[in-house]
Every structure is written in structure tokens, then in C-alpha cells.
Design a protein around this ligand. Structure first.
Ligand code: CA
Length: 233
């Protein structure tokens, strides 16, 4: 699958140049000319890495990074026209992964994007995907901490139950078969698939108002289980 790069850059010529180059390098490229729209794109879809301009109209690149880092660990490569080192250090201090200064060669930028993406994918964070906090209806799921909460109340959950829940949350609206769930959570294909049904039942007891008529984790007849997109934020 192609990796998705989000370019946040208000200068269209530069954005277009980066876009063309990265597409030729095999990336799927999205572009936003403001940080605000960039954040929406991050929230809506699966972005693997961000190329971020600092001088933007409205919210600037630093403010974008601060907002992004509250919930996401997606790698960010800063593209800056400011030669000022203090800006660079500040940028790195608040969660940028790398930077290039304008004018830059698209080849160098593409190499940096590739290197940062690779580093991220090899890290634990990458394995667990970019997002740490997921909301399901009135519940909050904190992936890194294996925490399930309703308001401030922690709901006891086993690690496997938690992983089944996260797997369904990370595939919103898409039914997953017991085979797929087993293979994703238990890491092999040789288990007893009723284990999956047992874990789903336990999750429903914890999450559903009426576990016999589940509204959150739905059964999709002859396919498996799914959580509707509208319930996830
Ligand atoms: Ca700019």
C-alpha cells in the first residue's frame, strides 16, 4: 500500500513541485494550504507523514505541531524559509522530526520523507499507528496506556479484549471476520475462533447498555463484527 503524505504549504508553486516529486517517488499526496484544513485531513484520514511549512496564514506551522502532538505521533518534516536556528530548534522541541530549509531540492526532501517514514514504521509508535486517543461514543480509549474510560472512570479490560476493540476501532465501518480479528490480535492463524466471539461478548458486557442488543460492536451477518464510523471520533 502507498504511504500517504500530507503537504501543508500555502505557496502553490512549491506545493505543486513537492507533490509532483513525491508522487513520482510512489507516494500518495494530499495538499492543504492552511494548517486548519491540514488538521481536518489528519482527523479524517490515514496520513503517514506530514511535510509542514512554518509561515502559513492563520494558524502557523508551530501551532499546528502543538495541536497535532496532543493526539498524534505522525512524523513531521518541516520546510522553512526561516534560516533562523532558534526556529529550527523550537520546531524540533515541539515535536518535529526533521526539517529542510528553502530553497531545497525536491530530491533531498523526498529522501528525508522516506527516511523519517521508515524510522517511524520501525518504531513502536509506528506499529501502533499514529493515533493514541480514540473516542467511541461516550468511551475514551488510550492505546498506549491500554486504558478504557467512561468520563474519569476506568473500566477494567484485559489486554486481548483491548486489542480486539482497538482493531475494530482502527477499521471503522469495515466488518472484520473472526479469522481477521484472531490473526491481528493473537498474531497467528491457528487458534480457536470461538475465542474471538468470547472476547466480543465480554467487550459488549462492558460497553453496551444492553449486551443482547449491541449498538456499538455490531454483528454483521455471516461476515463478522464492525463499529460504525459515526460512533468514532
Ligand atoms: Ca508559506
Amino acid at each position: 500500500m502507498k504511504a500517504s503524505v500530507l503537504i501543508i504549504e500555502d505557496e502553490h508553486d512549491i506545493a505543486e513541485l513537492i507533490k509532483l516529486y513525491l508522487e513520482n517517488e510512489g507516494f500518495c499526496v494530499l495538499h492543504s494550504d492552511t494548517a486548519e484544513k491540514g488538521l481536518e485531513l489528519v482527523e479524517n484520514g490515514k496520513i503517514d507523514i506530514i511535510v509542514l511549512d512554518i509561515n502559513l496564514p492563520g494558524m502557523d506551522g508551530f501551532e499546528f505541531l502543538q495541536a497535532l502532538r496532543k493526539e498524534y505521533s505522525i512524523p513531521v518534516v518541516i520546510v522553512s524559509a526561516r534560516e533562523d536556528d532558534a526556529d529550527m530548534i523550537l520546531g524540533l522541541g515541539i515535536g518535529a522530526d526533521d526539517y529542510v530549509t528553502k530553497p531545497f531540492s525536491p530530491k533531498v526532501l523526498a529522501a528525508r520523507v522516506r527516511a523519517n517514514l521508515r524510522r517511524y514504521m520501525l518504531s513502536d509508535e509506528g506499529e501502533k499507528s499514529g493515533r493514541n486517543i480514540i473516542r467511541l461514543s461516550e468511551y475514551i480509549v488510550e492505546k498506549d496506556a491500554y486504558l478504557l474510560k467512561k468520563g474519569d472512570t476506568r473500566i477494567p479490560i484485559s489486554p486481548r479484549e483491548f486489542e480486539v476493540l482497538v482493531y475494530l476501532l482502527e477499521n471503522p465501518g469495515e466488518p472484520r471476520t473472526p479469522e481477521e480479528i484472531y490473526s491481528a490480535v493473537w498474531g497467528n492463524n491457528f487458534g480457536d475462533l470461538t475465542t474471538v466471539a468470547v472476547h466480543i461478548q465480554r467487550l459488549r458486557k462492558k460497553l453496551e447498555k444492553d449486551p443482547s442488543r449491541p449498538q456499538l460492536i455490531e454483528t454483521v451477518h455471516s461476515l463478522g463484527y464492525k463499529i460504525r464510523k459515526e460512533l468514532i471520533s
